[in-house]
Design a protein around this ligand. Structure first.
Ligand SMILES: Cc1ncc(COP(=O)(O)O)c(C=O)c1O
Length: 344
């Protein structure tokens, strides 16, 4: 039986033998009591990597964003974010339910916000208006197809927000993909935000975890909010060890995922009944539209051993990652051609 090529998400990776060995050998302690040296090492390495004072290991990207939004705001404040941001669409309403904030959306073009529009949306507190306390940015931008937000956009927006007393949180779930695609270091993006989170459990191939980085006072407050949400973990060094391994071994290979996504996108661009915007394929994601219903493509591809997700009636997403090699991509290319010729 042929192995499955799983292109549903970069979250489907399984820890490699080297990662499992690092996890098995981790020195651990009770991290809520401040006793886990491996978690502490991951937090200090992450903070250094992003040029921040401190960092906090959290179980997921959703918790990291929720903790950040909570520490930067008070209930009744307003948070500005893209209408297609992950925190807007896919975090179960956590900004409203947990932080108690009002979310106001701005619109982006291919994931890139219009800085002037965001600046115009900032409210100062008055008898009538909520205070705009925070802007959330996402890089790479998932729903925009893994698009990279240019550094200049971050710089301009951060300049405006800082002078207006508005904080900036960067959802960098895939920040290292942005780094690999643009050649701009993750720390330069991070310098344009008060807090930044990155995920270990996506392109970096870990089973669990994200890291939130920022100044010491903000991260101290974040640690308390994490505890409140039930995210204080005990011997979590076994998970942090996977994170340290990933930073050493899996960060520099992300460009391979991007090259493979490009190969899939170029194949799709030549098929008569699929449409892909090649300019939007900048990292490890390929979103494309189909003239036939997307679920028929998904079923037909699954029958050929290739898994992907329908994210709309005619929209499909393919994501490359650590567990997809060149041979897998060529299998997916053959399956896409085959399905395109047979599904109407
Ligand atoms: C941009 C972005 N932010 C945050 C998250 C949330 O991460 P998690 O699934 O670990 O909660 C995701 C998940 O896919 C994401 O794509």
């Amino acid at each position: 039986m042929q192995a499955i090529v799983d292109l549903r998400s970069d979250t489907v990776t399984r820890p490699s033998p080297g990662m499992r060995e690092a996890m098995a050998n981790a020195v651990v302690g009770d991290d809520v009591l401040g006793d886990d040296p491996t978690v502490q090492e991951l937090e200090s390495r992450s903070a250094n990597l992003l040029g921040k004072e401190a960092a906090l290991f959290v179980p997921s990207g959703t918790m990291s964003n929720t903790v950040a939004i909570t520490v930067h705001t008070r209930p009744g404040d307003e948070v500005l974010m893209d209408a297609d941001a992950h925190s807007m669409l896919y975090e179960a309403g956590a900004p409203a339910a947990i932080a108690g904030v009002l979310v106001r959306q701005f619109h982006s073009s291919c994931g890139v916000p219009n800085v002037d529009e965001v600046a115009r949306s900032i409210h100062h507190e008055s008898l009538h208006t909520p205070r705009t306390a925070l802007v959330v940015l996402e890089n790479t931008h998932n729903v925009a197809g893994g698009a990279v937000i240019p550094l200049e956009v971050h710089e301009r927006l951060y300049g405006i927000c800082s002078s207006e007393g508005v904080r900036v949180h960067l959802d960098g779930a895939r920040l290292f993909n942005a780094e690999a695609a643009s050649g701009v270091s993750a720390s330069r993006y991070a310098a344009c935000a008060d807090t930044v989170t990155f995920c270990l459990s996506k392109g970096l191939g870990c089973p669990v975890g994200s890291v939130l980085c920022g100044d010491r006072l903000t991260i101290d407050r974040a640690r308390r909010v994490r505890k409140m949400l039930g995210g204080g973990m005990r011997q979590s060094g076994v998970l942090a060890a996977a994170g340290l391994y990933a930073l050493d071994h899996n960060r520099r290979r992300l460009a391979d995922d991007h090259r493979r996504a490009r190969r899939l996108a170029e194949t799709l661009s030549e098929l008569p009944n699929a449409e892909v915007d090649l300019a939007s394929v900048q990292t490890n994601m390929v979103y494309f539209s189909t003239s036939a219903p997307a679920d028929r493509w998904v079923t037909a591809l699954a029958q050929r051993g290739v898994l992907c997700l329908a994210l709309g009636v005619h929209r499909i997403r393919l994501v490359t990652h650590l567990d997809v090699d060149d041979e897998d991509v060529e299998r997916a290319v053959r399956a896409l051609k085959d399905v395109s010729a047979s599904v109407v």
